[in-house]
Design a protein around this ligand. Sequence first.
Ligand code: ADP
Ligand code: MG
Length: 339
Amino acid sequence: MARFVRFLCSALVLSLLLTGCQTAPKAHDCQFVAMDTFMSLTAYGENAQTALTRAQEEILALDTALDVNNEKSRVYAINHRQQDTVPLSGEVGQLLSLSLELARETGGAFDPTIYPVVRKWGFTTGAYQLPTSHELEQALSLVGHEDLFLGQGSLTLKEGAQLDFGGIGKGWAGDRAAQALREQGIASAILRLGGNIQTLGTKPDGSLWTVGIQDPATGDNLATLAVADLSVVTSGSYQRYFTVNGQVYHHIIDPATGLPADNGLTSVTIIAPSGARCDALSTALFVMGPDGAARFWREHRDFEAVLVFDDGSVAITNGLQGNFTLTPAFSHRRLEVLE
Ligand code: ADP
Ligand code: MG
């Protein structure tokens, strides 16, 4: 009997050892272009391939619903409405509701009604142009989240007002894709929606995901962040821009002026659980500038941030200490920790 128990125990140890030595779960990938950007989704575990297909479907459906240039999109229908009040419910209604909350919270630095101005600059079509000050003034008069009224199943906009979810859509899509994976039982995944990163759980071996942050000036890897179950979203003046007579005009617009935000920041990265919140805040804090961004963080503290300035220096919020590392080539950069 004792021998049998000893045999059972060693069989158990052996099987535990074997489990420990098992090869890591296979990574499943899914790559495609949506929302005007390259996307790459990686998930681990059983059912990963089916789950990734579901996540991709979520993203593609949102792309169709939110695309300002697609005549079949919900947003196009709103922007080209015949009456001031249009029916609005479902997911686009939820996204608009969240966008309006974020617009209020950021004092209008993030504003989903910025489209008339963004369109004047040509940022949504790529047909870039310098608007005249008269054109800008006229477009700006149509902007204002305070003038929207979102009721039960309907939306009322003032004449000429138009929506643009370009500053939040990818983050929202990342949240929906992550949710689709969770519903399929996936516990470990990393989703790259252009520059928006969404992580689900940890890596299969329990370690943190490593996410790179780009140096806005060179495009090289400035720093790495170690994260789990978090979204990492960057807004930068280097992501979409054009140049006229040596002057750079980028796509993050200050709704107060109608001009590209120009305040000494070259990128803002936000780290928080919700991709949509990260996305809207990365745009908003970029508009707020260094002091406004630091103040907003101190007043909220429900997210972390990395700010890169046009002199190359970097500021991180104190919660990132220990998980943020400048890469060796950039270790000489001035690094401030916001408290
Ligand atoms: P990216 O799309 O490159 O990830 P952002 O998340 O910062 O970068 O979004 C920029 C886009 O958001 C612009 O292309 C435009 O469509 C829209 N946008 C620009 N300025 C604002 C703003 N102040 N508030 C809301 N949306 C904005
Ligand atoms: Mg954004």
